[in-house]
Design a protein around this ligand. Structure first.
Ligand SMILES: [Fe+2]
Length: 383
């Protein structure tokens, strides 16, 4: 005789909030997802905010068009005040551009209407798995002091971190897999950046893409190119330390340098070297705020004393800080940002490299916006 399956207690299920003013999509999503989630619904932006302010929510599906507000506008509010809630945008073919805009504003993905059942289940599963990994990492980062302590303490905390991360259900492609002798660190490091702040992950991905773009025009060996992509992606990893403020709240200096925790270069390099990354990668992280004229930090290195790969990443991160969106600050256009870099050539930046960088981004204008929302393919391929 078949025994009825025992349903999981409702309290253990994650909570999904469906924000949609139309009944059809609300019912469709409820039917598909009620076995896995406790489901709440809201028909307007203001009703959704009431729910968010009254109880913890794990995941939201957000319709782009709501009676009282645009979905994108509500998304920014949610990401500002409930940053750890994951949001999936629901959209029609006609508004795909704004769905992509939503990803830039922190949504984790989008679904097209009418729904494709496989797509819905796969994206929702991926997103809730990610939420669980990020919650674990956020908690860990809040409480771990070992990562920033002595060599032994650091190694101990990495071991605890890896074990906990692997114990969380992940999809096959996300697993911390071991290739050859070294583990693939990309998933966990990418998740650590995102756990600190999704904008930090997006910044890191874009900087890696810009640096790779310029690196491909130089006579670099394959190993150097890989170190460049990897080091650029990890340049700000030191910002995951608990004493670093929310990166998007930082003041941006004249040449696009994000201020904040001045130790992040050294701390980041130490943290990554403890995982056995290549020395060149450690150098990029340690020296990405050094300036051509010696006025940078933390070591005050000068001209050729700064490794070339770090000089490239210095330009790439400055360019991204100038062009990225921050609440309350208008980003510079690509041309304005290039002018700003040129104005600091010879002081902050190596002059020849600055020209090469400006040329490379201007010639790749057309492909820069998609680059700004996706992780760098070069990095994925190289690691
Ligand atoms: Fe930095």
């Amino acid at each position: 005789m078949d025994l009825p399956a025992t349903p999981a207690p409702a309290a253990q299920k994650p909570t999904l909030l469906i924000i949609d003013d139309e009944r059809g999509p609300r019912d469709a999503l409820t039917m598909l997802l009620r076995h896995r989630f406790t489901i709440l619904t809201a028909e307007s932006a203001s009703a959704a905010l009431d729910v968010l302010n009254s109880q913890p929510i794990d995941l939201i599906t957000l319709d782009q068009k709501l009676p009282d507000r645009q979905g994108l506008d509500l998304l920014q509010d949610i990401k500002q005040h409930h940053a750890t809630v994951e949001v999936i945008i629901i959209t029609g073919y006609g508004s795909l551009t704004s769905a992509l805009e939503g990803i830039r504003h922190g949504a984790s993905g989008y679904l097209l209407k009418p729904f494709n059942v496989t797509e819905v289940l796969s994206l929702v599963n991926q997103t809730i798995n990610k939420k669980q990994r990020l919650d674990f990492l956020r908690n860990f980062l809040k409480t771990s002091t070992g990562l920033w302590g002595s060599e032994t303490e650091c190694a101990q905390d990495w071991n605890i971190l890896f074990a906990g991360y692997q114990a969380i259900g992940t999809t096959a492609s996300d697993q911390l897999s071991h290739t050859e002798e070294r583990p693939n660190l990309l998933p966990i490091l990418s998740d650590l950046l995102e756990a600190k702040d999704r904008q930090l992950l997006l910044h890191s991905s874009r900087v890696s893409a810009y640096a790779t773009l310029v690196g491909s025009r130089l006579n670099l060996t394959r190993t150097e190119q890989q170190s460049l992509a990897w080091g650029a992606f990890l340049h700000d990893i030191g910002k995951i330390s608990p004493d670093t403020p929310h990166p998007t709240g930082e003041a941006i200096a004249v040449a696009g340098e994000a201020l904040g925790n001045p130790q992040h270069s050294e701390q980041g390099a130490k943290l990554m070297l403890s995982l056995g990354v290549a020395a060149e990668v450690g150098q990029i992280i340690a020296y990405h705020h050094e300036r051509w004229d010696g006025s940078g930090h933390p070591y005050g290195l000068k001209e050729a004393g700064i490794p070339q790969l770090a000089r490239i990443v210095c330009l790439a991160q400055a360019f991204d800080h100038l062009t990225e969106e921050h609440p309350g600050r208008t980003p510079l256009s690509l041309d304005e940002a290039c002018q700003r870099l040129r104005a600091h050539a010879g002081t902050h930046f190596e002059p020849t490299l600055t020209e090469l960088f400006v040329q490379a981004v201007q010639e790749s204008k057309g492909s820069l916006p998609p680059m700004a929302i996706t992780a760098t393919p070069a990095l994925r391929a190289s690691h």
